[in-house]
Design a protein. Structure first.
Length: 248
């Protein structure tokens, strides 16, 4: 099973040539923490199972679009046992507005079957067990662990990847490298919060392709601000950036 790149083509996004100091990095994150004090996932769910499926569906799609299809999906299939018995075509018809809907429908049903067979229909709290589910990679597992179980996990999606590099928190060229850099800077108890600070900042201000630096609370510390002002161009991202398992 392969993973596919979800990083958009962002030719005008600059990034700093050097990492910031630890003190500066923590100062940047402290500002983001104050700017987004109630940061949390924007996916709508009522159970850990619903969260898992919603995160799986969010690859190549926005949370807004996922939230439009999940009410019908979960009304028909409210738990793993119900979705495990579902016809893949029916699920596909419900989520067809999402990117890669065919693969997501197959994985949602297959993952539900494994949840029933191996875990009594419950979502496991162990990363290895989560990543063994069809359609679940490291990012999805990290989101479920941190959001549902308050575990010390830091999920890297395209927004977190972009903002972390712009702020100089990492020069990593893969999600795993960015994860390793940021988790070395941030205390373990703040890993799950840092994910939400960075993702919301990326969605609201530090956008692709052009960030709203004039409105940014971190602009006084951000090493990318001068590059944006000059219309700087970034080096190509590594082609290995990927989200989760979408194709079989």
């Amino acid at each position: 099973m392969s993973e596919v790149s979800i990083l958009p083509n962002e030719p005008r996004i600059p990034f700093p040539s050097r990492k910031v100091t630890r003190a500066r990095a923590l100062a940047e994150l402290a500002i983001l923490a104050r700017a987004y004090p109630d940061a949390a996932t924007e996916l709508q769910y009522h159970s850990t199972f619903e969260l898992l499926i919603a995160v799986m569906l969010s690859a190549q799609s926005t949370d807004v679009m996922v939230n439009r299809v999940t009410p019908e999906l979960f009304s028909r299939f409210p738990d793993a046992a119900a979705l495990a018995r579902a016809d893949v075509c029916e699920v596909d018809g419900i989520i067809m507005r999402l990117g890669f809907h065919n693969a997501k429908a197959r994985h949602a049903v297959a993952a539900s079957r494994l949840l029933v067979e191996r875990h009594g229909g419950e979502v496991p709290q162990e990363r290895e067990a989560l990543e063994a589910l069809p359609g679940v990679g490291r990012k999805t597992a990290s989101v479920v662990l941190s959001v549902a179980f308050a575990a010390e996990a830091f999920a890297v999606d395209t927004h977190v990847f972009r903002v972390s590099r712009r702020l100089g928190l990492s020069l990593g060229r893969t999600p795993r490298e960015v994860e390793e850099d940021v988790t070395r800077l941030v205390p373990r108890e703040d890993w799950r919060h840092a994910h939400h600070w960075l993702i919301l900042h990326g969605r609201r201000l530090c956008k692709a392709p052009v960030p709203k630096c004039a409105l940014c609370p971190v602009r006084g510390l951000c090493p990318s601000v001068p590059l944006v002002a000059k219309g700087g161009r970034m080096k190509p991202y590594a082609s290995s950036f990927s989200h989760d398992k979408l194709r079989t």
